[in-house]
Design a binder for this molecule. Structure first.
Ligand code: ADP
Ligand code: MG
Length: 272
């Protein structure tokens, strides 16, 4: 099932190991002159129009913007689900702009932990089995025991110790999203990429989930979050606003909103 490492990726990794890629550690995302043109018959839609974005390791970034501004297009490229028409994208030091579909799938699995609005859990599958899933496709080659242990640890981190054998239907929406966050964490990705993760949650539960992202960020995880809700974006440390396929505004949040104390459970750093 495992694909061969794409040559370009391997070459990049070798150069990185040799210390030739100076920014490997500092920048998780490095995007220059990114364009995406959709062609529909005679009409060309310039969804991204030469966008530049650098996200350093350890940042907590929210991407905002009105409908049609290019957020989803940007996120699909950042998430290695699609590739740009032009421009460059380096993910954790690896040039992924021109990788083919299989190579993108492999690097996506290794480097990105996705969290979706609709949780995307398998319904007839326990919490722990949901969390173990990404370890089955990955190239980590871990034993069954190690996968199990890692999944237990991830669930503990999001405050779900003791609920490993619950099915999604036995969990609240907030708990289901925590399982999804645990699943995103279990491969120890370079970044968490969350697309409207609170879109299906009430405001109290949204606050709780944002508290988990904040605590994960406090332990060093890079978090990139798409949201159209200003209140949610204010939990990040930096807010980028996209308009007409470009960055319109890029703002450090001096006093970012801290999710209410006592709601989110303590998050401990990974011990492995
Ligand atoms: P947002 O997520 O901010 O709402 P999108 O990235 O979905 O914005 O869309 C940006 C622009 O690109 C819009 O004009 C949209 O209509 C267009 N677009 C997005 N996806 C496609 C596609 N698959 N084919 C053609 N046009 C698209
Ligand atoms: Mg969208």
């Amino acid at each position: 099932m495992r694909l061969r490492e794409p040559a370009r990726w391997a070459a990049d990794a070798d150069r990185a190991a040799a210390g030739e890629v100076g920014n490997l550690v500092e920048n998780v995302i490095e995007i220059h002159g990114l364009t995406k043109v959709y062609t529909m018959g005679e009409v060309e839609v310039h969804a991204l129009a030469g966008l530049d974005l650098i996200v350093e390791t350890g940042e907590f970034l929210a991407v905002m913007g009105p409908s049609g501004s290019g957020k989803s297009t940007l996120m699909n490229i950042v998430g290695c689900l699609d590739r740009p028409t032009d421009g460059t994208y380096r993910l954790d030091g690896v040039d992924v702009s021109s990788l083919n579909r299989d190579a993108r799938a492999e690097i996506r699995n290794a480097k990105i932990g996705f969290v979706f609005q609709s949780f995307n859990l398998l319904a007839r599958t326990s919490a722990i089995e949901n969390v173990e899933l990404p370890l089955l496709y990955g190239e980590l080659g871990w034993s069954k025991g190690k996968r199990h242990e890692a999944a237990i640890e991830s669930l503990r981190i999001v405050g779900l110790a003791g609920r490993e054998d619950h099915y999604p239907s036995q969990l609240s929406g907030g708990q289901q999203q925590r399982v999804a966050i645990a699943r995103a964490l279990v491969t120890q990705p370079a970044m968490l990429l969350a697309d409207e993760p609170t879109g299906n949650l009430d405001s109290r539960t949204s606050e709780e989930i944002m508290g988990i992202f904040q605590q994960l960020n406090d332990t060093g995880k890079t978090v990139v979050l798409i949201t159209h809700e200003p209140d949610i974006a204010q939990h990040a440390k930096r807010v980028v606003t996209v308009r007409d396929g470009r960055i319109q505004n890029d703002e450090k949040i001096q006093q970012h909103r801290v999710a209410a104390k006592g709601i989110a459970p303590p998050v401990q750093p990974m011990t492995r």
